[in-house]
Design a protein around this ligand. Sequence first.
Ligand SMILES: Cc1cc2nc3c(=O)[nH]c(=O)nc-3n(C[C@H](O)[C@H](O)[C@H](O)COP(=O)(O)OP(=O)(O)OC[C@H]3O[C@@H](n4cnc5c(N)ncnc54)[C@H](O)[C@@H]3O)c2cc1C
Length: 285
Amino acid sequence: MKLPPFDYACPGTLSEAVQLLAAGDGDAKVLAGGQSLVPMLAFRLLHPTQLVDLRKLTDLRGIRISDNGVTLGAMVRWREIEDDKRLATAHPLLKAAIAHVAHYQIRNRGTVGGSVAHADPAAEMPGIAVTCDAEIAVVGTSGQRVIKAADFFQGPLMTALTSDEIIVEVRLPAWPKARRWGFQEFARRRGDFAMAAAAVFYDQDASGKAANAHVGVIGVGDYPKRLPAVEAILNGQTVDEATIAKAEAATSSAVEPQDDIHASAAYRRALVGTMVERALKHAAA
Ligand SMILES: Cc1cc2nc3c(=O)[nH]c(=O)nc-3n(C[C@H](O)[C@H](O)[C@H](O)COP(=O)(O)OP(=O)(O)OC[C@H]3O[C@@H](n4cnc5c(N)ncnc54)[C@H](O)[C@@H]3O)c2cc1C
Protein backbone atom coordinates (compact mmCIF):
# COMPACT_ATOMS: atom_id res chain seq x y z
CA MET A 1 0.00 0.00 0.00
CA LYS A 2 1.16 3.58 -0.57
CA LEU A 3 2.10 5.71 2.40
CA PRO A 4 -0.49 8.14 3.82
CA PRO A 5 0.24 11.83 3.11
CA PHE A 6 2.51 13.72 5.52
CA ASP A 7 4.76 16.78 5.62
CA TYR A 8 8.49 16.11 5.69
CA ALA A 9 11.22 18.10 7.43
CA CYS A 10 14.94 17.46 7.69
CA PRO A 11 16.22 19.83 10.39
CA GLY A 12 19.89 20.66 10.85
CA THR A 13 19.84 20.93 14.65
CA LEU A 14 18.45 18.90 17.52
CA SER A 15 16.55 21.85 18.98
CA GLU A 16 14.87 22.47 15.63
CA ALA A 17 13.91 18.79 15.48
CA VAL A 18 12.40 18.94 18.98
CA GLN A 19 10.43 22.09 18.08
CA LEU A 20 9.03 20.41 14.95
CA LEU A 21 7.99 17.37 16.99
CA ALA A 22 6.39 19.53 19.66
CA ALA A 23 4.50 21.54 17.03
CA GLY A 24 3.02 18.28 15.73
CA ASP A 25 1.26 17.89 19.09
CA GLY A 26 1.44 14.09 19.04
CA ASP A 27 0.91 13.75 15.27
CA ALA A 28 4.59 14.19 14.30
CA LYS A 29 7.01 11.24 14.16
CA VAL A 30 10.76 11.04 14.03
CA LEU A 31 12.26 9.25 10.99
CA ALA A 32 15.59 7.47 11.61
CA GLY A 33 16.41 4.40 9.48
CA GLY A 34 12.76 3.98 8.44
CA GLN A 35 12.96 0.20 8.73
CA SER A 36 10.08 -0.03 11.20
CA LEU A 37 8.31 3.29 10.62
CA VAL A 38 7.95 3.03 6.85
CA PRO A 39 6.37 -0.47 6.94
CA MET A 40 3.97 0.79 9.61
CA LEU A 41 3.03 3.73 7.38
CA ALA A 42 2.62 1.40 4.40
CA PHE A 43 0.28 -0.82 6.41
CA ARG A 44 -1.56 2.34 7.55
CA LEU A 45 -0.93 1.45 11.19
CA LEU A 46 0.26 5.04 11.74
CA HIS A 47 -0.97 8.33 10.21
CA PRO A 48 1.49 11.04 11.26
CA THR A 49 0.95 14.47 9.72
CA GLN A 50 4.67 15.35 9.96
CA LEU A 51 7.88 13.32 9.68
CA VAL A 52 11.06 14.78 11.20
CA ASP A 53 14.11 13.17 9.60
CA LEU A 54 17.16 12.93 11.90
CA ARG A 55 19.69 12.21 9.16
CA LYS A 56 21.48 15.59 9.34
CA LEU A 57 21.97 15.48 13.13
CA THR A 58 25.63 14.54 13.32
CA ASP A 59 25.52 14.87 17.15
CA LEU A 60 23.46 11.67 17.23
CA ARG A 61 26.10 9.64 15.41
CA GLY A 62 29.13 7.74 16.60
CA ILE A 63 30.17 5.07 19.07
CA ARG A 64 32.15 6.42 22.03
CA ILE A 65 34.17 4.08 24.24
CA SER A 66 35.66 5.26 27.53
CA ASP A 67 36.38 4.00 31.06
CA ASN A 68 32.70 4.70 31.82
CA GLY A 69 31.45 2.33 29.15
CA VAL A 70 30.06 2.41 25.62
CA THR A 71 27.85 5.24 24.39
CA LEU A 72 25.88 4.62 21.23
CA GLY A 73 24.53 7.68 19.43
CA ALA A 74 20.86 7.25 18.53
CA MET A 75 21.70 7.34 14.80
CA VAL A 76 24.33 4.57 15.03
CA ARG A 77 23.36 1.89 12.52
CA TRP A 78 23.58 -1.88 13.11
CA ARG A 79 26.33 -2.12 10.49
CA GLU A 80 28.54 0.27 12.47
CA ILE A 81 28.28 -1.91 15.58
CA GLU A 82 29.04 -4.97 13.50
CA ASP A 83 32.10 -3.31 11.93
CA ASP A 84 33.53 -1.73 15.11
CA LYS A 85 36.40 -3.99 16.15
CA ARG A 86 36.82 -2.17 19.51
CA LEU A 87 33.49 -3.57 20.66
CA ALA A 88 34.84 -7.13 20.60
CA THR A 89 36.45 -6.30 23.95
CA ALA A 90 34.58 -3.13 24.97
CA HIS A 91 31.17 -4.85 24.77
CA PRO A 92 31.22 -8.37 23.32
CA LEU A 93 27.63 -9.08 24.45
CA LEU A 94 26.30 -6.11 22.45
CA LYS A 95 28.26 -7.16 19.37
CA ALA A 96 27.05 -10.76 19.59
CA ALA A 97 23.42 -9.71 19.99
CA ILE A 98 23.41 -7.19 17.14
CA ALA A 99 24.77 -9.85 14.75
CA HIS A 100 21.26 -11.37 14.98
CA VAL A 101 19.41 -8.20 13.90
CA ALA A 102 17.56 -8.53 10.62
CA HIS A 103 19.16 -8.83 7.17
CA TYR A 104 22.07 -7.12 5.46
CA GLN A 105 20.03 -4.31 3.88
CA ILE A 106 18.13 -3.54 7.07
CA ARG A 107 21.34 -3.55 9.11
CA ASN A 108 22.70 -0.85 6.79
CA ARG A 109 19.84 1.50 7.71
CA GLY A 110 18.28 0.51 11.05
CA THR A 111 19.45 2.54 14.06
CA VAL A 112 19.93 2.08 17.79
CA GLY A 113 17.53 4.95 18.65
CA GLY A 114 14.89 3.69 16.22
CA SER A 115 14.95 0.21 17.71
CA VAL A 116 14.79 1.46 21.29
CA ALA A 117 11.95 3.89 20.48
CA HIS A 118 10.05 1.26 18.48
CA ALA A 119 10.29 -1.17 21.45
CA ASP A 120 9.52 -4.41 19.69
CA PRO A 121 9.41 -7.09 22.43
CA ALA A 122 11.50 -9.42 20.23
CA ALA A 123 14.21 -6.88 19.29
CA GLU A 124 17.78 -7.37 20.43
CA MET A 125 18.85 -3.79 21.31
CA PRO A 126 16.10 -3.18 23.91
CA GLY A 127 16.98 -6.58 25.41
CA ILE A 128 20.66 -5.67 25.71
CA ALA A 129 19.77 -2.26 27.14
CA VAL A 130 17.67 -3.85 29.89
CA THR A 131 20.10 -6.69 30.63
CA CYS A 132 23.05 -4.31 30.89
CA ASP A 133 21.32 -1.60 32.98
CA ALA A 134 21.69 0.94 30.16
CA GLU A 135 20.63 4.55 30.44
CA ILE A 136 18.71 6.21 27.64
CA ALA A 137 19.32 9.94 27.22
CA VAL A 138 16.47 11.88 25.62
CA VAL A 139 15.88 15.54 24.76
CA GLY A 140 12.52 17.30 24.58
CA THR A 141 11.05 20.77 25.03
CA SER A 142 11.65 20.54 28.79
CA GLY A 143 15.35 19.74 28.31
CA GLN A 144 17.33 16.54 28.70
CA ARG A 145 16.48 13.59 30.94
CA VAL A 146 18.05 10.18 31.42
CA ILE A 147 15.79 7.14 31.74
CA LYS A 148 16.91 3.75 33.03
CA ALA A 149 16.25 1.03 30.46
CA ALA A 150 14.31 -0.90 33.12
CA ASP A 151 11.85 2.02 33.32
CA PHE A 152 11.85 2.87 29.62
CA PHE A 153 10.07 -0.14 28.10
CA GLN A 154 6.43 -0.29 29.19
CA GLY A 155 4.71 -2.66 26.77
CA PRO A 156 4.75 -3.83 23.14
CA LEU A 157 5.74 -0.71 21.13
CA MET A 158 5.21 1.38 24.29
CA THR A 159 7.89 3.43 26.05
CA ALA A 160 8.38 6.23 28.55
CA LEU A 161 9.10 8.71 25.69
CA THR A 162 6.75 11.68 25.40
CA SER A 163 5.66 12.85 21.95
CA ASP A 164 8.17 15.76 21.84
CA GLU A 165 11.19 13.72 22.95
CA ILE A 166 14.06 12.41 20.84
CA ILE A 167 16.49 9.72 22.00
CA VAL A 168 20.02 11.09 21.70
CA GLU A 169 22.10 8.22 23.04
CA VAL A 170 22.12 4.88 24.82
CA ARG A 171 24.80 4.46 27.51
CA LEU A 172 26.02 1.01 28.45
CA PRO A 173 28.06 0.74 31.68
CA ALA A 174 31.72 -0.31 31.47
CA TRP A 175 32.45 -3.95 30.68
CA PRO A 176 35.18 -5.59 32.83
CA LYS A 177 37.66 -7.61 30.78
CA ALA A 178 37.21 -10.88 32.71
CA ARG A 179 33.39 -10.83 32.58
CA ARG A 180 31.70 -14.07 31.49
CA TRP A 181 28.85 -13.70 29.00
CA GLY A 182 26.64 -15.47 26.49
CA PHE A 183 23.95 -14.57 23.96
CA GLN A 184 21.65 -17.12 22.37
CA GLU A 185 18.73 -16.59 20.04
CA PHE A 186 16.32 -18.84 18.20
CA ALA A 187 14.57 -17.44 15.12
CA ARG A 188 12.78 -19.35 12.38
CA ARG A 189 15.15 -17.99 9.76
CA ARG A 190 18.46 -16.16 10.13
CA GLY A 191 17.62 -12.44 10.51
CA ASP A 192 14.01 -12.93 11.62
CA PHE A 193 12.89 -11.48 14.92
CA ALA A 194 13.67 -13.75 17.88
CA MET A 195 11.16 -16.40 18.91
CA ALA A 196 13.13 -16.24 22.13
CA ALA A 197 16.57 -15.01 23.11
CA ALA A 198 18.69 -14.77 26.24
CA ALA A 199 21.51 -12.41 27.20
CA VAL A 200 23.51 -13.34 30.29
CA PHE A 201 26.65 -12.20 32.05
CA TYR A 202 28.31 -12.53 35.43
CA ASP A 203 31.57 -11.59 37.10
CA GLN A 204 33.55 -13.99 39.29
CA ASP A 205 34.74 -13.58 42.86
CA ALA A 206 38.21 -14.70 44.04
CA SER A 207 37.02 -18.30 44.43
CA GLY A 208 35.55 -18.40 40.93
CA LYS A 209 31.92 -18.14 42.05
CA ALA A 210 29.45 -16.03 40.06
CA ALA A 211 28.68 -12.50 41.22
CA ASN A 212 26.65 -9.66 39.73
CA ALA A 213 24.71 -12.09 37.51
CA HIS A 214 22.45 -10.49 34.92
CA VAL A 215 19.97 -12.62 32.98
CA GLY A 216 17.78 -10.92 30.38
CA VAL A 217 15.17 -12.47 28.12
CA ILE A 218 13.77 -11.27 24.80
CA GLY A 219 10.60 -12.23 22.92
CA VAL A 220 8.78 -13.90 25.81
CA GLY A 221 6.75 -11.02 27.20
CA ASP A 222 5.51 -7.52 26.42
CA TYR A 223 9.00 -6.11 26.76
CA PRO A 224 12.50 -7.42 27.62
CA LYS A 225 13.10 -8.23 31.24
CA ARG A 226 15.76 -9.33 33.65
CA LEU A 227 14.93 -12.39 35.73
CA PRO A 228 15.97 -11.77 39.37
CA ALA A 229 14.95 -15.31 40.43
CA VAL A 230 17.41 -16.80 37.93
CA GLU A 231 20.15 -14.33 38.84
CA ALA A 232 19.76 -15.35 42.51
CA ILE A 233 20.37 -18.98 41.56
CA LEU A 234 23.67 -18.03 39.90
CA ASN A 235 25.07 -15.54 42.40
CA GLY A 236 27.49 -17.15 44.86
CA GLN A 237 27.60 -20.42 42.91
CA THR A 238 30.02 -22.12 40.57
CA VAL A 239 28.33 -22.03 37.18
CA ASP A 240 28.45 -25.77 36.49
CA GLU A 241 26.00 -28.24 34.92
CA ALA A 242 23.87 -28.47 38.07
CA THR A 243 23.57 -24.69 38.52
CA ILE A 244 22.81 -24.21 34.84
CA ALA A 245 20.04 -26.83 34.99
CA LYS A 246 18.46 -24.99 37.94
CA ALA A 247 18.74 -21.68 36.07
CA GLU A 248 17.09 -23.19 33.00
CA ALA A 249 14.13 -24.52 35.01
CA ALA A 250 13.76 -21.22 36.89
CA THR A 251 13.77 -19.28 33.60
CA SER A 252 10.86 -21.28 32.18
CA SER A 253 8.90 -20.71 35.40
CA ALA A 254 9.68 -16.99 35.55
CA VAL A 255 8.37 -15.95 32.13
CA GLU A 256 4.78 -15.51 30.99
CA PRO A 257 4.71 -15.58 27.20
CA GLN A 258 1.42 -15.51 25.27
CA ASP A 259 0.21 -17.88 22.54
CA ASP A 260 0.55 -16.17 19.16
CA ILE A 261 0.63 -17.05 15.47
CA HIS A 262 4.31 -18.04 15.66
CA ALA A 263 4.33 -20.33 18.71
CA SER A 264 2.42 -21.45 21.77
CA ALA A 265 3.22 -19.99 25.17
CA ALA A 266 4.38 -23.43 26.34
CA TYR A 267 6.83 -23.70 23.44
CA ARG A 268 8.33 -20.26 24.11
CA ARG A 269 8.60 -21.00 27.85
CA ALA A 270 10.62 -24.14 27.12
CA LEU A 271 12.61 -22.44 24.36
CA VAL A 272 13.75 -19.51 26.48
CA GLY A 273 14.91 -21.93 29.19
CA THR A 274 17.08 -23.61 26.57
CA MET A 275 18.41 -20.22 25.41
CA VAL A 276 19.47 -19.37 28.97
CA GLU A 277 21.03 -22.82 29.38
CA ARG A 278 23.08 -22.42 26.19
CA ALA A 279 24.05 -18.83 26.99
CA LEU A 280 25.29 -19.89 30.44
CA LYS A 281 27.23 -22.80 28.96
CA HIS A 282 28.91 -20.34 26.60
CA ALA A 283 29.66 -18.02 29.52
CA ALA A 284 31.08 -20.80 31.69
CA ALA A 285 33.25 -22.15 28.90
C1 LIG B 1 12.17 -7.44 7.53
C2 LIG B 1 12.65 -6.82 8.80
C3 LIG B 1 13.27 -7.61 9.75
C4 LIG B 1 13.71 -7.04 10.95
N1 LIG B 1 14.31 -7.85 11.86
C5 LIG B 1 14.73 -7.33 13.02
C6 LIG B 1 15.36 -8.11 14.01
O1 LIG B 1 15.59 -9.32 13.83
N2 LIG B 1 15.72 -7.53 15.17
C7 LIG B 1 15.50 -6.18 15.41
O2 LIG B 1 15.84 -5.70 16.49
N3 LIG B 1 14.94 -5.41 14.48
C8 LIG B 1 14.55 -5.93 13.30
N4 LIG B 1 13.96 -5.12 12.38
C9 LIG B 1 13.75 -3.70 12.71
C10 LIG B 1 14.99 -2.87 12.44
O3 LIG B 1 16.02 -3.21 13.33
C11 LIG B 1 14.66 -1.40 12.57
O4 LIG B 1 15.68 -0.74 11.96
C12 LIG B 1 14.51 -0.82 13.96
O5 LIG B 1 13.57 -1.46 14.74
C13 LIG B 1 14.04 0.64 13.89
O6 LIG B 1 15.10 1.45 13.59
P1 LIG B 1 15.00 2.55 12.46
O7 LIG B 1 16.22 3.36 12.61
O8 LIG B 1 14.75 1.90 11.17
O9 LIG B 1 13.76 3.41 13.00
P2 LIG B 1 12.51 4.03 12.22
O10 LIG B 1 11.81 2.96 11.46
O11 LIG B 1 12.92 5.24 11.47
O12 LIG B 1 11.65 4.49 13.47
C14 LIG B 1 11.03 3.52 14.31
C15 LIG B 1 10.26 4.25 15.41
O13 LIG B 1 11.15 4.90 16.31
C16 LIG B 1 10.95 6.32 16.31
N5 LIG B 1 12.29 6.88 16.41
C17 LIG B 1 13.34 6.62 15.58
N6 LIG B 1 14.45 7.21 16.04
C18 LIG B 1 14.10 7.88 17.17
C19 LIG B 1 14.81 8.69 18.10
N7 LIG B 1 16.14 8.91 17.99
N8 LIG B 1 14.12 9.23 19.13
C20 LIG B 1 12.79 9.00 19.28
N9 LIG B 1 12.07 8.24 18.43
C21 LIG B 1 12.72 7.68 17.39
C22 LIG B 1 10.21 6.62 15.03
O14 LIG B 1 9.41 7.79 15.15
C23 LIG B 1 9.35 5.37 14.89
O15 LIG B 1 8.23 5.45 15.74
C24 LIG B 1 13.53 -5.66 11.18
C25 LIG B 1 12.92 -4.84 10.21
C26 LIG B 1 12.47 -5.42 9.04
C27 LIG B 1 11.82 -4.53 8.01
